[in-house]
Design a protein around this ligand. Structure first.
Ligand code: AMP
Ligand code: MG
Length: 354
């Protein structure tokens, strides 16, 4: 066991490490914070039914108090004490896509603290598809409020090292289970409206959701290539600056060939101006950048690879002292929807159309 600034860092490779998970559960019941791995990104966990634990989460992240927390459960029955109603469409989505990177917004019971829901009378719930997460929630015996375990505004953490960089000294324990698989956060779907609506694209794709709910809609502000009007945003978290590295990010969008050509020109201009610049490249275009500084984020043929490495690469460029990141845009299909939503926000909507 390691300790960084008073935070215990514990490595768990299997859900059978019950002693450690019992200790983590005990910390949660005592009102402490424990960072846990999920299949999407690491979560900053606290007892969702304890308003003081929720307040600690906001304080540890520096998160605005009107940005609600997602509540994590280990079994379908665990939602019953939290929600006022379970519409048929929710039953079907849970049946088909839980556990998984899908968060459902339900009407909340009054027992759910408004600290947890950011003052709303709805509550967002998901069941993560990660054996360690499920065992941790079960060991705690209470639903776990768990926003991404990063400082507010920073890229979400996909490794324990990212969590340590942001939260050491601010939480009691970090459970390290290696790099997360999906790499972008869950898809948030509001099932209190008819038809249901995607409030935030994420690890469950629109195409997958359409196989269960063909009439599902997407909040148009999440697809926009300019900042949304704040009064239009339906998931409160989507109004805030997000996912941003210290470096300036510019997204270059268009066909792969035009993107590669434009990125190279922009790179040379920034370099000539004395800036430290790097390219977030797709595998397909990497060869065209020659001697320029670049790192491959993933493949256009498998956008899951781009999602998995996106946040880690943003943080790595920061660690290398890069000042300007030129990021290739990808197609907004499958996981590309979540990738482009995150990239455009990381860029503060600085988009160049190639
Ligand atoms: P994070 O936990 O950092 O991944 O962010 C959670 C996201 O879910 C934010 O965009 C929140 O605004 C959104 N969210 C959580 N609860 C609700 C809710 N009750 N209604 C709408 N959006 C929600
Ligand atoms: Mg977050």
């Amino acid at each position: 066991m390691e300790s960084v600034k008073g935070t215990r860092v514990i490595s768990v490779r299997t859900a059978t490490d019950l002693v450690v998970l019992d200790e983590a559960g005990e910390l949660i019941r005592r009102g402490e914070l424990v960072v846990f791995p999920t299949e999407t990104v690491y979560g900053l966990g606290g007892n969702a039914l304890d308003p003081e634990a929720a307040a600690k989460i906001y304080a540890a992240k520096g998160r605005p108090s009107d940005n609600p927390l997602i509540v994590h459960v280990a079994k379908n029955e665990d939602i019953e004490p939290l929600v006022r109603a379970v519409p048929q469409v929710a039953v079907e989505l849970m049946e088909r896509l839980w556990p998984g990177p899908l968060t459902l917004v339900f009407p909340a019971r009054s027992e759910v603290p408004r600290r947890t829901t950011g003052g709303l009378d709805t509550v967002a719930i998901r069941m993560p598809a990660h054996p360690v997460a499920l065992a941790f929630i079960a060991a705690a015996g209470v639903p776990i409020a768990g926003p991404s375990a990063n400082l507010s505004g920073r890229p979400s953490p996909t490794t324990a090292e990212h969590v340590i960089a942001d939260l050491a000294g601010r939480v009691a324990m970090i459970i390290d289970a290696g790099q997360t698989g999906v790499g972008v956060e869950s898809t948030v779907v509001d099932i209190t409206v008819s038809p249901p609506q995607i409030l935030r694209p994420g690890g469950t794709t629109l195409e997958e959701l359409q196989t269960v709910v063909p009439e599902i809609t997407v909040d148009p502000t999440t697809l926009a290539d300019r900042p949304p009007a704040l009064d239009r945003v339906r998931a409160p978290g989507m109004k805030y600056k997000h996912y941003a590295p210290r470096a300036e990010v510019i997204v270059v969008e268009g066909t792969p060939e035009k993107v590669a050509a434009r990125v190279a020109v922009l790179y040379d201009e920034y370099e000539a101006a004395g800036r430290r610049v790097a390219i977030m490249a797709t595998a397909e275009n990497a060869a065209s950048y020659g001697e320029r500084t670049f790192a491959v984020v993933g493949s256009r043929q498998d956008l899951g690879t781009v999602a998995a490495n996106l946040f880690d690469l943003l943080r790595r460029f920061d660690d290398q002292g890069i000042e300007v990141i030129l990021a290739e845009g990808v197609d907004m299909v499958g996981l590309g929807l979540a990738v482009m939503n995150r990239l455009r926000k990381a860029a503060g909507y600085r988009i160049v159309k190639a």
